[in-house]
Design a protein around this ligand. Structure first.
Ligand code: MEV
Length: 450
């Protein structure tokens, strides 16, 4: 049956067989064989992958590439990138090379403070009473979590601040404990959530015993305790700049000055128009997410935070900014929050995430923030450069062509001929299919490769 109970308790083989039988349209034997073919050859390594998530049936491959020449604060990195979209790594690499010849990328971490909240309801009628209570018990709350924070404190982190906020504008009676954390080289989600849950418990306990409270004032109803993925303080800036004249010439004979002017206007459009901003920022995250994935970090957290930050002024806008300075330099900046870790979680568990961090020279979390922001900046630079010069399809479709050729199982000779043929033509699925058809004798359909 399609509906099942006890699925998670079944063996992997049973799960795959069930899935193939009830949900796949292909021959179940082929489906089982295909799933098995994507399992890791090393049984122990496969066990690690199986343990990362639940109901794991096999592995899903994504390309792991590298963008060389990413020069950040005078240090040259080969940046690992995991991404399914063709032309992203090529674009990052092209941007990195361009700027490595013009002084490289500068980057600076603004702060690494992260936040969490305990949302609770307290229905007393005198807010000052709760405020007095909080002031009085704050140190006991902080002391009450030292068993959770002592290890982090040894590494130089811990709780930076704890405050009480009136959240009655959301709903009358709602309040918040807002805690700020320094989690050093860890992303720190488990640490933060454990501390918050302990704060919540202690808050309820202290309120019950607080002599000034009467009746229902002693009741603190905790709604939830959870970190915030919006970390506007845990932020990094990356930028490049050079004299406009040093930008060189561009495709189609475009001068450096025209390029700089069009580049700045393109960024202004993304600053002012949310429709463009979403695509613009998506391009930035093409680079950022790829490094986040390659280093075993949490791309959903990074995206949620980045987009929230892009809306901080009340309208969604560009995360990057460009200007021509008074002394005639093009200055291009990316400013965004990035909460990442280089220890713990997947960074230690996933063999390739570990390798990525080794390739990056075992960076601290702040150094990784700088590398990631630099990669996002390069991604954005290359996208805008294409958009304001040749148009995006020029470079994009070259890469896309390779995918289409693979799809149709083109031989090396066919691919070589197709690349030459489409050098000055529009690439589409249909045009490639037709071209291959002609190459193969002009008769019949071109089959998709199996
Ligand atoms: C495609 O994945 C990303 C771009 O659309 C970004 C942009 O438009 O700036 C090329």
């Amino acid at each position: 049956m399609k509906r099942i109970s006890g699925f998670s308790k079944m063996s992997k083989a049973e799960k795959v067989a069930w899935l193939a039988k009830y949900f796949a349209t292909a021959n179940p034997v082929d489906v089982v064989r295909e799933f098995a073919s994507f399992a890791h050859a090393n049984v122990e390594t496969q066990k690690v992958f199986d343990g990362i998530s639940e109901n794991t049936l096999t592995n899903f491959y994504l390309p792991y590439g590298v963008a060389p020449n990413v020069t950040v604060n005078d240090r040259v990195y080969a940046v690992p990138m995991v991404i399914e979209e063709s032309s992203v790594v090529a674009a990052a690499a092209a941007g990195a090379k361009f700027w490595s010849e013009r002084g490289g990328i500068r980057a600076e971490v603004v702060s690494t403070v992260k936040e969490g909240q305990v949302h609770f309801r307290w229905e007393g009628t005198e807010p000052e009473k709760l405020e007095r209570f909080f002031d009085a018990v704050k140190s006991s709350l902080l002391e009450g979590v030292t068993h959770l924070t002592e290890n982090m404190a040894k590494r130089g982190g811990g709780i930076v601040d704890l405050a009480l906020l009136d959240a009655g504008d959301i709903e009358p009676g709602l309040w918040q404990l807002k805690a700020q954390f320094e989690t050093c080289n860890a992303m720190g989600a488990n640490f933060i959530n454990s501390v918050l849950e302990e704060f919540a418990r202690l808050l309820q306990q202290e309120a019950k015993a607080w002599p000034e409270f009467k009746g229902r004032e002693r009741e603190v109803e905790v709604i939830m305790a959870i970190l915030s993925n919006y970390t506007p303080q845990c932020r990094v800036k990356a930028w490049v700049e050079c004299p406009v004249e040093d930008l060189g010439g561009f495709k189609g004979g475009m001068s450096a000055r025209t390029f700089a002017r069009r580049f700045v206007t393109a960024i202004k459009i993304a600053e002012g128009d949310p429709y463009r901003a979403a695509t613009h920022n998506k391009g930035i995250f093409n680079g950022i997410d790829a490094v986040i994935l390659a280093t075993g970090n949490d791309f959903r957290a990074i995206e949620a935070c980045g987009h929230a930050y892009a809306s901080r002024n009340g309208q969604y806008g560009s995360l990057s900014h460009a200007e021509i300075t008074e002394d005639d330099r093009l200055r291009f900046t990316l400013d965004l929050p990035l909460a990442v870790g280089t220890v713990g979680g997947l960074t230690t568990l996933h063999p390739l995430a570990k390798r990525s961090l080794e390739i990056l020279g075992h960076p601290s979390a702040t150094e990784l923030m700088e590398i990631i922001a630099a990669t996002g900046l390069m991604q954005n630079f290359s996208a805008i450069r294409s958009l304001v010069t040749t148009g995006i399809q020029y470079g994009h479709m070259r890469m896309h062509l390779t995918n289409i050729l693979n799809h149709f199982g083109a031989t090396d000779t066919e691919a070589e001929k197709a690349l030459a043929f489409f050098a000055d033509k529009t690439v589409s699925f249909r045009s490639v299919r037709e071209y291959l058809g002609q190459l193969r004798g002009g008769e019949g359909e071109v089959e998709v490769a199996r």
